[in-house]
Ligand binder design. Structure first.
Ligand code: UD1
Length: 404
């Protein structure tokens, strides 16, 4: 039987955990002699490229070296999207995969889907274009000022397979007129990777290197809060960033705050002259937590960050993925946004939306610091999402016509 040729695209940090799950599921499928076999081609667009934003994740997660690296780097949305499209087109024509699998909502996701939807493979190939599979489809913040919302809408509109993580996604897609047979509720690939790496993350020495203790319910001592912040809407506006900063500075008087700083945010701190509010450590080494400042370290690898999240008393974040990870880890999470495209993290998880105003953030943080949640994870967040995706693709590709 002819193998299925599957191209998977990764571009930016939050993609790597999802791709790791897919790669593992493909390997398991091939080892189980499942027919037809899958020939995997891994493409890295190079949207993220720094050691800590990219390579560290490939290493920590054991993702194989990409077969193709487009090396696009940073740029404005238009420049970055266009550059990915230009460089990806040749790769797609050369490799002519049966399926293009894209994950999440970054510029690489939308750019590669757009190229795939209009490509015309030359004869004698049976297919004229790859089928497009979107992992983490259907999520909606209903906020079109978010670049990711545009990427989600575009990618979903072009996809043949919509793999969803929660019920809200099915509702959103149906309202947009997507036919039900395209929607597959499979669970969460990011959670697959979290569960399969949790034991390894426990071996991380990050807590002792930073001079932190794990927060424990039994002694009721709240040891530290973990912060991440990188959304343009939060950090590109001095007013919004200033409000969040005031809240964090007040909170830092109650509980040590650790803040691994995203490069975008580091740039803004410098541009806005906000350095005095933070205490920066260039190396990950013991910090002086007697000082009530916000303690900043460079971006961390996957295992160190997972270890820190697991043992935090509280996480404050504007990341979508971290809302999900804290839900599974039962760690209280305050989201520094007005909306979330992942409502299950609020209804079934540990997440609360605080917005970006100082008083609201402080109120929510104090409420959450008193909680010790013990929730059951959302449906199918059980470590098998990647396997379900591969099962669906193998089954359906066998019966679908090769031209569309
Ligand atoms: C991107 C994604 C966002 C995701 C985030 C996770 C889009 C539209 N945005 O946002 O959805 O949540 O990644 O991190 O796709 N930079 C570096 N090194 C890197 C990468 C970036 O220094 O490896 C710096 C550059 O100055 C760059 C800035 O960070 O201009 C922002 O990077 P970019 O990829 O444009 O957007 P993110 O804010 O990271």
């Amino acid at each position: 039987m002819k193998p299925i040729k599957m191209m998977a695209v990764a571009g930016a940090r939050p993609n790597f955990m999802k791709i790791a799950s897919i790669v593992t599921a493909i390997e398991a499928h091939n080892q189980s002699q499942g027919n037809p076999a899958i020939q995997r081609i891994l493409v890295h667009t190079g949207q993220h490229y720094d050691e800590q934003m990219s390579n560290a994740f490939f290493r920590d997660l054991g993702i194989p070296k990409p077969d193709v690296d487009l090396e696009v780097g940073s740029g404005s949305h238009a420049q970055q999207t266009a550059e990915i499209m230009k460089r990806f087109e040749g790769v797609l024509l050369r490799e002519a995969p049966d399926v293009l699998l894209v994950v999440g909502d970054v510029n690489s996701t939308a750019a590669c889907s757009l190229v795939a939807s209009k490509i015309a493979y030359p004869p004698p190939l049976e297919r004229t274009r790859p089928l497009i599979a979107h992992v983490e489809a259907g999520l909606r913040s209903f906020d079109r000022s978010m670049p990711e919302e545009i990427n989600r809408l575009v990618t979903d509109a072009l996809s043949d397979f919509l793999f969803i993580t929660e019920d809200s996604a099915a509702q959103n897609l149906k309202k947009e007129g997507v036919v039900e047979r395209k929607i597959h509720w499979v669970g969460n690939t990011m959670v697959d990777t979290l569960l399969s790496h949790r034991a390894k993350a426990e071996e991380s020495t990050i807590l002792s290197r930073l001079g932190l203790k794990a927060s424990s319910e039994t002694d009721n001592v709240r040891q530290y809060a973990l912060v991440t912040l990188h959304r343009p809407s939060n950090v590109d506006s001095p007013k919004t960033f200033g409000g969040i900063l005031e809240a964090l500075s007040t909170l830092a008087k109650k509980i040590p705050i650790l803040f691994p700083v995203h490069p975008r945010t580091a740039n803004r701190i410098r541009e806005f002259g906000l350095e005095a509010s933070f205490r920066f450590a260039n190396e990950v080494s013991a910090l002086d937590f007697t000082s009530a400042q916000i303690h900043c370290v460079p971006p961390l690898g996957y295992l160190d960050f997972l270890c820190l999240t697991s043992h935090a008393s509280l996480v404050l974040t504007d990341s979508g993925g971290i809302q999900e990870e804290t839900t599974v880890l039962n760690v209280p999470c305050v989201t520094l946004r007005e909306n979330t495209e992942r409502p299950v993290t609020v209804s079934r998880g540990t997440n609360v939306l605080a917005g970006t105003r100082k008083d609201d953030i402080l109120r929510r943080a104090e409420e959450k610091l008193r909680e010790s949640p013990k929730n059951q994870p959302p449906k199918y967040w059980d470590g098998r999402a990647g396997a379900r995706i591969i099962e669906v693709l193998v089954r359906e590709l066998g019966v679908m016509p090769s031209t569309q």
